[in-house]
Design a binder for this molecule. Structure first.
Ligand code: SF4
Length: 63
C-alpha cells in the first residue's frame, strides 16, 4: 500500500470529482487544481475509482 498518487495539474480542469470521491486524498489548491496531499488517505480501490472518473485522465499512480 505504498503506491503514490500524482495529479497532472496542467491538465486538471478542477471539476472536483476526485475531491468529492476521496476527500482524504485530494484537495483543490489555490489555483483550483487538484493535488494529492495524502496518498494513504483512502483505500486503493476508492482512489482507483477517482482515477477512473477523472474526465481528463490526469490522475496517475506512481511507483
Ligand atoms: S477529477 Fe481530474 S479534472 Fe477533476 S479535479 Fe480531479 S484531477 Fe482535476
Amino acid at each position: 500500500m505504498s503506491k503514490k498518487v500524482w495529479v497532472d495539474k496542467e491538465q486538471c480542469i478542477g471539476c472536483e470529482l476526485c475531491v468529492n470521491t476521496c476527500p482524504g486524498v485530494f484537495r483543490l489548491d489555490a489555483d483550483g487544481k487538484s493535488e494529492c496531499y495524502d496518498s494513504t488517505g483512502d483505500s486503493e480501490e476508492n482512489i482507483q475509482t477517482a482515477i477512473d472518473m477523472c474526465p481528463v485522465s490526469c490522475i496517475q499512480w506512481q511507483d
